[in-house]
Design a binder for this molecule. Structure first.
Ligand code: ATP
Ligand code: MG
Length: 249
């Protein structure tokens, strides 16, 4: 059984069909990339999966649990996490405080039975471990808002990971990054695949071809093709609508 399945997802904005009967699956441990031209419906699809937008039709199942119609926080509880630009929301707080808040939110009730001191120590450890994993240990005391762009994006992913997701949704994590930060983020995402499956929306094709186990191509809200890297790279229709024109972007 697949870890995650989307079945017949449909969304329109007035007369515009943004997501048109989209079905696909994500397997455990898989990085599944979602690519396609601007306006193809990728972000809308991510919003439908996370629950930020209501579906007009379709069904979502994660690890055997039906997510369809659940509010976003209940989807998170069932193992779905998405990356927001959280650093812009809690920008005045330090990197450490942001991480503490995130691991605390996850711990929730499971920590209630521990003694307060023990619980706090354990949360600190989790927060520090996350900082280390993302190379943010030198920036713990800095306000999130004044971090360099690359570090902010790393913190965003770290915060999304703090909920211990089974499926992590990432919408253009490399956007606006220079080559060095990009390479670091790609290496990070590569290491994350042992912890969570990832649905990755990204325009950077070098990164997608390096990371993806499978790629689905969206065009005008529909899945145009889905397959492994080689089959998508050589797919004539995909080259025509996307790779031919945007592969360098
Ligand atoms: N809230 C909304 N109301 C009306 N139309 C919307 C809304 N959100 C998205 N759209 C439209 O739906 C279509 C899909 O947009 P979406 O943002 O999902 O594309 P995308 O694939 O993420 O594009 P990009 O690569 O530029 O990020 C576009 O035509 C867009 O204008
Ligand atoms: Mg988008």
């Amino acid at each position: 059984m697949s870890l995650f399945s989307a079945d017949g997802l449909f969304k329109h904005f007035g007369g515009l069909v943004a997501v048109d009967r989209v079905s696909f699956a994500v397997e455990p441990g898989e990085i599944h990339a979602l690519i396609g031209p601007n306006g193809a419906g990728k972000t809308t699809l991510i919003n439908l999966i996370s629950g930020l937008l209501p579906l007009d039709a379709g069904r979502l199942v994660l690890d055997g649990a039906d997510l369809t119609g659940l509010p976003p926080y209940q989807r998170v509880r069932r193992g779905l996490s998405r990356c927001f630009q959280v650093t812009s929301v809690f920008g005045a707080d330090s990197v450490f405080d942001n991480l503490m808040l995130a691991v605390q939110a996850r711990a929730g009730s499971s920590f209630r039975c521990l003694r307060r001191r023990a619980a706090e120590g354990s949360l600190r450890e989790s927060a520090l471990a996350l900082a280390q994993k993302f190379g943010l240990d030198a920036a713990l005391d800095r306000a999130a808002a004044i971090l360099p762009h690359g570090d902010q994006r790393k913190l965003d992913v770290a915060l999304a990971l703090a909920t211990r997701p089974k499926l992590l949704l990432l919408d253009e994590p490399l956007a606006g990054m220079g080559p060095e930060d990009s390479a670091q983020m790609v290496a990070l995402l590569h290491r994350l695949r042992t912890e969570t499956a990832i649905l990755l929306v990204e325009h950077d094709m070098d990164a997608v071809f390096q990371l993806a186990d499978r790629i689905s191509v969206l065009d005008y809200g529909r899945v145009l093709a889905s397959g492994d890297v080689a089959s998508i790279r050589d797919h004539p229709e995909v080259q025509a609508v996307y790779l031919g024109t945007e592969a360098s972007g």
